[in-house]
Structures are given as C-alpha cells and as structure tokens.
Design a protein around this ligand. Structure first.
Ligand SMILES: Nc1ncnc2c1ncn2[C@@H]1O[C@H](COP(=O)(O)OP(=O)(O)OP(=O)(O)O)[C@@H](O)[C@H]1O
Length: 632
C-alpha cells in the first residue's frame, strides 16, 4: 500500500507523481497505493533513474549511490530509499538481473512471475518503465532555453490575446508569468523559432506535409491548456483579420463531396431548410478531450477568453441533449472553436463530414489517453478527416508512454516534441507511503487498509483547518480521492467505507452519483489553495519526495477496530456502522475522474489498486476477454 501526502503547489504538482505512475490519470496533491504483491504491466523505466554503470574495483563491482542533492535528486525513484527499505546488496543485484532477464529469452514465464512476486515488493512502482525516456542532457538544454522567457509580453501574441491573459485566463493569479511548458510551447506554436532550419516533414500525404505537428509534453497541472490555447486563438484571430484563404475553400469543396453515412449516435443533422453558410457548424479549431467533465473544464477557459478576444466557442459533450448539441453547432452566428470528445465528434462527422472541412487547428488534449488502444481508432479517424485543412495538429499530454512514443514514431515521425524538463518527474514535495496490506494488522484486507488510511488522514490535525487558514467549514473539509481499477469496485468500496463511518461517494461511468453535480464539484470547485499540506506520514526528506512504508496509527486503528491485546494482530473489521469520521470527504472513483480534472482541494490520493496504466475502456475491453478483476 502506498500513501502519498504532499504540500501544495500552484499547479497541483502532487498529482504528477500519481500520474507518473499511472499515465492515464492525474490525481491531486498526495497519493497512496494499497499494494499487493502482484505483478503489474506498468513498470518504471529502467533507464530513467539508472545511473552510470557500476565501476569494477579490484574485481568487485561498486556502484556509487546517486546524490539526492542534484536538481533531479528526488525524481524517478523506483525503489523505497535504502534507509527505509534497507535492501541488501544481493537484492539489488537480483533486481538488476531481473531487468536483464527481460531482454533475454525466458526459460519459464511462470517462474519469472513468481520471482517478481516474491522478491520485488515495489514492482508496482516500476511502472515508469512504460514511459519514454527523456535524457538529462535534453532536459538541461530545454531548461536553459526557456529560462529567459519569463513574461507573456515576450510572445508574439496579438495585443488583445495578451491582455486577456491576466484578466480572463489567469484572473486569480496575482503574479502572472508563463510556466515552463508555456515558455516552451507558445513561441514554437507561434512560429517564433521559424528562423531555425525546419525539420524534415515526412507526412503521408501532400496535405499532411504542410501540416505542422507538435507534441506538448509536460507534467500534470503545468498549464498546458493555456500553452496551446493562446497560440491557437491567436492564429484564429489573425486568420480572421486576413480573411479565409483559398486553401480553406479547396479543402471544403473536397470534404463536401464526402458521402454521409448512417448509423450515428446522435441525430445532429442540420435543419433541412437551412443552407449551411460559411461559419455554421464549420469550426476552425477543435479541442478534443477524453471526458465530458474535461469538456467543461477546458471549455470554461475557452469561453472566458472568448469574451474579450471575441470568438465563438461551443462545448459539446454527451452531458448535453442532442437538441442542445445541434443548436450550439448549427447556430446561425457561426462557430470558431469547439471543445468536445472524440466519440461525439465522430458521431457528428458521420452525419455531417463538413464539420471538419475548415478546421485549421486540431488539439488532442490528454493524447496519452486519446491515442491509447481504446480511443486511437476514433481519434486517428478524426485526424485523417481533418488533415486536408489542418495547419497545426497539437498533441498534448502529461506523459509519453512508450505506446504513444511508438505511435508517434510510426504515424507522425516529423512531430516536433516540446518536452519540459520535469516531464515524468516526481514532485519533490510529494510524500509517498506504501502500505503492505499482507502484514499485521490488515492481513490482506485491502478494504480495511484503505479505511484505516482514511481515518488516519481524517484524524490528522482534526479540528484545525487543513490549510491553516480560515474559511467555510466545507472548504476546510479534507478531500481524499481513492482510485480503483474497476468501476464495480468503486461502488463496493464506497459502501464499505460508509459502513466504517467515512463520508464516501462512488463516481464511475455508470454510478448513479455521476450525474450529481455536487459529487465532483466539491472536489474541484475550490479556489487555489496557497498553503502547504500538512505532513501525514513521515516528513519529506530534505532531499526530495518523501517515501516510506506506512505504519498504521494505532489509536486511529483502534477507533475503527476493536482494541486488541498488545502483540496481537488486529482483527479485520467486521461490517457494521461506525461513528462517523468528521470533516473528511472521500471520492472513490476510476480513472474517469483522473484525466486532467483539476482537483485542487484534494491533497490526499490513495491508489487502492496498483494502476494498470491503461485507460478504463481498454481495461474493460480486456476484462471482456477474461483478464479483468481487481488487479494489483
Ligand atoms: N502561467 C500561469 N500562472 C499561474 N497559473 C497558471 C498558469 N497557467 C496555468 N495556470 C493554472 O494552472 C492550473 C492547471 O492548468 P492546466 O489545467 O492547464 O494544466 P495541465 O498541464 O493541462 O494539467 P493536466 O495535465 O492535468 O491536464 C489551472 O488552474 C490554471 O489556471
């Protein structure tokens, strides 16, 4: 079991740790995993943390421990620090041998699995191996390059766009400066670096050769939305000032001849009496996100900018009725920017392919999700259909899983990768704790372990506001998100937690609570919290991310468990009502709520299952094939 607790940072840095381990989601400021010793497909990268090869010294291999005082000292920790876990030299060499054995033909896969189970308690944390490697040299180079761009004024944005940044986009921020990803991406997307030799374009078609392709990869909560949105809006406004070009008309004509297919999910055909004009249902920019919740979040930023920059934006998602979608899309006043999900856009284009005919900018936000196995066919289809008119294709992601890496190599070999220095890094202020549920007092009872952790967090500093400040009691409530791998489990666990006196709600694709605005809203609709979170487990080491094994708090355990004689293992909880845990709200959810949603008030995240590193949909597909289950 892992538990992370962290201090605050303006961009929910702590979510990045869990996101680093779990590329398909990004939780909030702290996280915990209830870890059972089972192998996981998500493995930490062997090359990210690995230092220089051991130096032979008189026949004995010696390896110098990596300094934790370096700029990346707290990053990419693949094992519990020696002080906490005290692995022996032989254990370390076994780990190394196991890494090597993966590259060699296996003699017995079952033996290898057993080996992993028995000798590698931190196996689930090695999920980073599924992430693409970014060399330190490259990180250093980028860091130097972006250091001097510390003001939005340095970007060649239209004045009206620049003026909207402090007032609309970052209204709540007092000291407005671009974040690293914004320093990196905005000039590139604006073409401010065009004097540099252009990279060879290897697109599949003539049209694609003209299309610029970018990958924005930066840690979660780093401001990627604004990093792509400002240049896109700037380009739309410039095109508007210049008038639409002949290329647009050509592409539109080509698309008009595309056949209309049946079998659509939503009936969004335009009213038959209305002849579509230039701007009706012909957006020039489309932003694709994985969930309707994200449509709302990204859409809110787009809408706020639209008020001052003056463009027309529409939010389309399955949260709206077909009638609302139709009226937004086919509004006679026209449409410039659409924020939607791939499946809905696919349905729309099935009935009206012309919707994509004028798209010059296509953004695939959360590209690691939208180009994974479950979304890729739909997303790729949209890219194909839009590419004739596209000027820029922008992929945006908090991680680069190896699967995405390979996809890009194959499909977009000329893509320009804009990667921030801290990508795949574990935020230093995050505290990480591992709970071994096999040990006393949990003895394999994962639910009990989870309840215990929540009680410990809830009781920690009970009575005092979590951020040390004043405010409404509701705002002082501790918010904890528990991520599970199966949606059925979210309901079951929430019920269990309620039976233990925890105010817990389940949120999954098909839970009844999903439609309740209050469920997610209370975990997201908070002002940015400036103060650091209280330390829950051991204080973070001075050198970086705190990490250690979690020790159940005995008094708190007894508050949900009957007292047990000393030296005796605690008995598992029996179901039944418990006195409520005050001031704590828990959301038990799948990765539905994880992709890019800003859960700012959440400072504690529990990874109930070791993440599988795939989207929920992909896992459900696999589950259909009999591989499902609780995971972990
Ligand atoms: N330059 C900035 N200065 C201060 N705050 C910023 C800045 N840019 C963005 N933010 C804020 O940072 C928060 C996170 O931004 P955003 O959602 O764009 O991050 P992200 O990188 O897209 O995260 P994710 O990977 O989770 O989608 C938002 O509340 C946003 O208002």
């Amino acid at each position: 079991m892992l538990r992370l607790s962290s201090s605050l940072c303006p961009f929910c840095e702590a979510r990045a740790l869990a996101r680093t381990f779990y590329p398909s989601w990004q939780p909030s400021r702290s996280a915990a995993t209830l870890q059972k010793r089972k192998p996981s497909r998500m493995i930490l990268s062997s090359t990210v943390k690995r230092g220089p090869p051991p130096v032979a010294d008189g026949g004995r291999a010696t390896s110098k421990p990596k300094s934790r005082n370096s700029p990346f000292g707290g990053m990419n920790v693949t094992e519990v620090p020696r002080t906490l876990q005290a692995p022996s030299r032989s254990q370390a060499s076994r780990t190394e041998r196991r890494r090597t054995s993966r590259t060699q033909p296996a003699t017995s896969s079952s033996r290898r699995k057993d080996d992993r189970k028995s000798k590698d308690p931190m196996h689930a944390l090695k999920m980073q191996r599924s992430l693409a490697n970014v060399s330190y040299e490259k990180r250093g180079r980028i860091k130097n390059a972006i250091m001097e761009r510390d003001s939005f004024g340095e970007f060649e944005l239209l004045p009206v766009v620049k003026e909207s940044i402090p007032t609309q986009a970052l209204g709540r921020v007092t000291d407005v400066h671009p974040t690293p990803v914004q320093r990196l991406a905005i000039p590139a997307l604006l073409g401010m670096e065009e004097n540099k030799p252009r990279r060879r374009r290897l697109g599949r078609t003539d049209q694609e050769k003209q299309m610029e392709q970018f990958l924005l990869a930066a840690e979660t909560g780093s401001g990627k939305t604004l990093a792509y949105l400002l240049p896109v809006i700037d380009a739309l406004k410039r095109a508007e000032l210049a008038g639409s070009g002949p290329q647009d008309r050509k592409a539109r004509l080509a698309m008009t001849s595309m056949p209309t297919r049946a079998g659509k999910l939503f009936d969004i055909a335009p009213p038959s009496s209305t002849e579509p004009d230039e701007d009706t249902a012909r957006p020039r920019a489309i932003i694709l996100v994985p969930t309707s919740e994200l449509v709302e979040q990204v859409g809110a930023l787009v809408k706020s900018l639209s008020h001052t920059v003056k463009f027309r934006a529409a939010l389309l998602s399955s949260a709206y009725t077909g009638k609302m979608i139709r009226s937004r899309l086919f509004t006679t006043s026209g449409i410039d920017v659409v924020v939607t999900t791939p499946h809905l856009l696919h349905s729309i284009t099935e009935s009206d392919p012309n919707v994509l005919s004028r798209v010059t900018h296509l953004v695939i936000d959360e590209a690691d999700s939208l180009l994974d196995r479950s979304f890729a066919p739909t997303t790729s289809g949209i890219i194909d259909r839009a590419s004739p008119s596209l000027n820029q294709l922008i992929l945006c992601s908090a991680t680069i899983p190896r699967s995405l890496d390979k996809y890009l190599e194959r499909r977009f070999p000329a893509i320009k990768r804009l990667v921030t220095p801290n990508l795949h890094a574990i935020p230093r202020r995050v505290q990480l704790s591992v709970v071994d549920i096999d040990k006393v007092p949990f003895q394999g009872n994962r639910n009990l372990a989870c309840a215990q952790v929540i009680w410990d967090i809830g009781k920690e500093g009970a009575g005092a506001p979590e951020d040390g400040g004043e405010g409404e009691p509701q705002a002082r409530e501790k918010k904890i998100v528990v991520f599970v791998n199966e949606r059925e489990k979210s309901v079951e666990l929430a019920q269990y937690l309620r039976s233990k006196g925890v105010n817990a709600l389940a949120l999954s694709r098909d839970s009844n609570e999903r439609r309740s605005d209050n469920v997610l809203a209370s975990f997201t609709n908070m002002p940015q919290l400036p103060a650091p979170a209280s330390a829950i487990a051991a204080p973070a080491s001075a050198s970086g991310a705190g990490s250690g094994t979690y020790t159940p708090n005995a008094p708190f355990l007894s508050s949900i468990n009957p007292p047990t004689p000393p030296q005796q293992p605690a008995k598992p909880l029996s179901p039944g009502p418990r006195p409520p845990l005050p001031g704590t709200q828990v959301l038990v959810t799948t990765d539905l709520s994880s992709r890019g949603i800003d859960t700012l008030p959440v400072k504690h995240v529990i990874l109930f299952h070791p993440p599988l590193g795939q989207s929920r949909e992909a896992r459900e597909e696999r589950k259909g094939g009999g591989v499902g289950g609780e995971g972990g």
